[in-house]
Design a protein around this ligand. Structure first.
Ligand code: XMP
Length: 317
């Protein structure tokens, strides 16, 4: 059986032995995995850990500011880098899902590399890779199936010449959360749903524009806040909204409208490898649907995704 306390002790000891007095750079994403990895390293090596948190312009509404503040409150040495414009211009006109992931992965590495170079004499790159990431990236690279290229695994360019340290590589998500709890990380942060590295870009089907990002951020915000205020957030493994590349006819007052359709998705899972759609209460779905259509300009229809993985995936792209 897995004991978080013993894991933390062993891990801190191993990290000290491995990294010694070297400097380590780590990319924070706002998610559970990179945060737990950062706090573990901070415990092991203190100020020699340099964290970088990149805003790719595809985060949830207010996420960059909120999470950055939270990290600073935790005593982590973290630099926030707003590279939104750079990501959005690299994505301009790209429609194909894997091409989006590649563009984002490339810009992320450029931005991260620029920042890492400003840290004098850094020797290590720490990543919050967990066991399911390792497995999925193996299946992505395998000859039989190209599923999705998750850019947060193996995305390191050779020229960075950094050694890699991945303290959570053998852990499942629930174990990571238990380690986080032992480390005293805020329960709200630990309970956060997983969120993909390419962010909202793979939930905007087709080409991405700043306006579409804004619409989806608003829709997602209503949905997620609604889940929280109805006590449903913690019952769901992951939830989000998808902006479809479709307009549908609606009616608003005396006017005919022709606006965007959004899909809501909420799944139950233990590791993301398989997932079932969640039977959210009809009353809740009704309320959220009304709220989205009333509040978010440009959306006149909401649908709910009732597909499980497999054969569907969690994300639509
Ligand atoms: P799928 O859509 O493959 O998603 O069923 C499984 C889990 O992985 C997340 N996901 C990603 N995470 N980069 C990431 O860091 C990606 O490109 C990516 N694609 C999917 C997804 O949100 C779900 O938790």
């Amino acid at each position: 059986t897995f004991t978080p306390n013993a894991f933390v002790d062993d891990c801190v000891r191993d990290l000290r032995a491995k990294v010694k007095d070297d400097k380590v750079v780590l990319g924070l994403s706002g998610g559970v995995d990179s945060t737990v990895a950062a706090v573990l390293l901070h415990k092991a090596i203190g100020k020699n850990l340099y964290c970088i948190f990149v805003n790719n312009g595809l985060l949830r509404k207010n996420e960059f500011e909120n999470v950055l503040n939270q990290y600073k409150g935790m005593g982590l040495n973290v630099k926030g880098v707003d590279a939104s414009e750079r990501f959005l211009s690299a994505l301009d006109g790209i429609e194909e899902p894997e091409a989006k992931r590649k563009a984002i992965g490339r810009v992320f590495i450029e931005v991260f590399d620029d920042e890492a170079h400003q840290i004098e004499d850094v020797k290590w790159l720490a990543q919050g890779t967990i066991y399911p990431d390792v497995i999925e990236s193996i299946s992505v690279k395998g000859p039989s199936a190209t599923i999705k290229s998750h850019h947060n695994v193996g995305g390191l360019p050779d020229y960075m010449k950094l050694q890699i340290v991945e303290p959570l590589r053998m852990l499942f998500k629930d174990e990571v959360r238990r380690v986080g709890k032992t480390l005293g990380i805020d329960a709200e942060l630990l309970g956060r749903h997983p969120f993909p590295g390419p962010g909202l870009s793979i939930r905007i089907l087709g080409a991405i524009t700043p306006e579409k990002v804004r619409i989806l951020q608003e829709v997602d915000f209503v949905f997620i806040e609604g889940l929280k205020s109805h006590g449903l957030y913690d019952k769901v493994w992951q939830a989000g909204a998808i902006l479809l590349p479709v307009n549908s006819v609606g009616v608003m007052g005396d006017e005919r409208t022709y606006e965007k359709v959004v899909a809501l998705r909420a799944v139950e899972s233990t590791d993301g490898m398989t997932a079932d759609w969640v039977h959210l209460p009809y009353d809740f779905l009704m309320k959220i649907s009304n709220e989205i259509i009333n509040k978010v300009k440009g959306v006149n229809r909401v649908v709910y995704d009732i597909s499980s993985k497999p054969p569907a995936t969690i994300e639509w792209e």
